[in-house]
Design a protein around this ligand. Structure first.
Ligand code: SF4
Length: 368
């Protein structure tokens, strides 16, 4: 289990490696033909900020080599904003006294139909963490309805047991996204209340999902909760472990920055655009085969700049409230979207940059 590995990491020492790296250390790493995960602390260090252009060029080259010009597009579909947790930084926090909505099956299908007509064939079904409002049987019913029209159906709901993932996999769910948020246990404990406060259970979730045969495993850290460089180093370690252990699955990495949400949480650190760009390049250099994801939380300018430089998956035209595509109820948003362009506009941007927007890259017939 990854937790066993995480427990062997001396985080003070890791922090010292990151903040103690000098320009000569970075130059040495960048002279190597192939960087390894052990180089990540140097590449994410403050000293490496001076080498951003060199890192960008290496990242672009590696991305083209491994992924060609393809950038996969997906859309989040919010099913419910009910949640049993009280994460300090989230608009769905159960303590926020704001309107709550859970879509019916018919409403979910109507939302999916809008997204299908926009061209999407990969959906991320999202909800707050509430088994009562969004039980496994409900997700399973949605998947059975959508499996023929969508090539990829991932979920970002709540951590489950492998037996639940078995049921979902049989119904047509293809992947999960579950972010650890921060790998700093003390900070994690301070920010989370409810079932999500169980750090270990959450950390092992991708492994339980992989054992059910789900082929897409998405992990991530929410930058701004703790020292972002240390979190990214541990996120890279986690991704490397999953890639090696569950080599049949595609591992994707998300590293959103905190955005304003209801509750007005103040982050412990503000991650700048340059620092986020450095994170993209450092991750690509040490994990050339990982999918790197950039959502509409980030600005249009930043997303356009990063396309082709390391990012291989993007959301587009996102609504982060249940019913946001077709019902337009004024339910609570999970976070504010920054890039408000629609899907066609994002695809056109990729085209202009010589990249290939990919709406569908899998078909169930490949499994036959
Ligand atoms: S981050 Fe997730 S678990 Fe936490 S309050 Fe928001 S929706 Fe609920």
């Amino acid at each position: 289990m990854f937790e066993t590995i995480l427990d062997t990491v001396e985080q003070d020492r890791l922090h010292a490696r990151i903040y103690g790296a000098c320009a000569a250390d970075v130059a040495h790493v960048l002279r190597k033909a192939h960087c390894t995960p052990d180089d990540f602390p140097t590449l994410i260090s403050p000293a490496a900020a001076e080498f951003l252009e060199t890192m960008a060029a290496r990242s672009r080259q590696l991305t083209t080599l491994r992924f060609g010009k393809a950038v996969r597009l997906y859309a989040p579909l919010y099913i419910s904003n009910e949640c049993v947790n009280a994460c300090a930084y989230c608009g769905f926090n159960m303590r926020n006294d704001t309107p709550r909505t859970t879509l019916s099956l018919e409403q979910v299908l109507a939302e999916a139909d809008v997204l299908h007509r926009q061209g999407f064939r990969h959906l991320l079904l999202v909800s707050g963490e509430h088994r009562g409002f969004v039980p496994v049987a409900f997700i399973s019913g949605i998947a059975r309805q959508l499996r023929e029209t969508f090539a990829g159906l991932s979920i970002e709901v709540y951590p489950m047991e492998t037996a639940d993932y078995d049921v979902l996999a049989a119904s047509g769910i293809t992947g999960i996204a579950v972010y650890q948020e921060t790998y700093d246990r003390a900070r994690y404990a301070a920010l989370h209340n409810g079932p999500k406060a169980d750090f270990s259970y959450r950390l092992a979730t991708p492994e339980r999902a992989a054992r059910a045969g789900l082929r897409e495993l998405g992990i991530g850290a929410l930058l701004g909760l703790s020292d972002h460089r240390t979190d990214l180093a541990l996120l890279a370690l986690h991704a490397g472990y999953l890639m090696k252990t569950f080599w049949q699955a595609r591992i994707s990495i998300s590293f959103p920055r905190i955005r304003q949400a209801a509750g007005n949480f103040v982050p412990s650190e503000t991650v700048t655009d340059r620092q986020l760009a450095q994170a993209v390049f450092a991750l690509r250099l040490v994990l050339p085969d990982a999918e790197l994801v950039l959502s509409t939380r980030e600005s249009q300018q930043f997303r356009d700049g990063m396309a082709g430089l390391g990012i291989t998956r993007m959301s587009a035209g996102s609504r982060t409230n249940p019913g946001g595509y077709s019902i337009a109820e004024k339910a609570l948003e999970q976070f504010a979207v920054d890039d408000c362009r629609n899907a066609a506009e994002v695809a056109a941007m990729l085209d202009r940059k010589g990249l290939e927007p990919v709406w569908k890259d899998f078909d169930r017939c490949f499994l036959a």
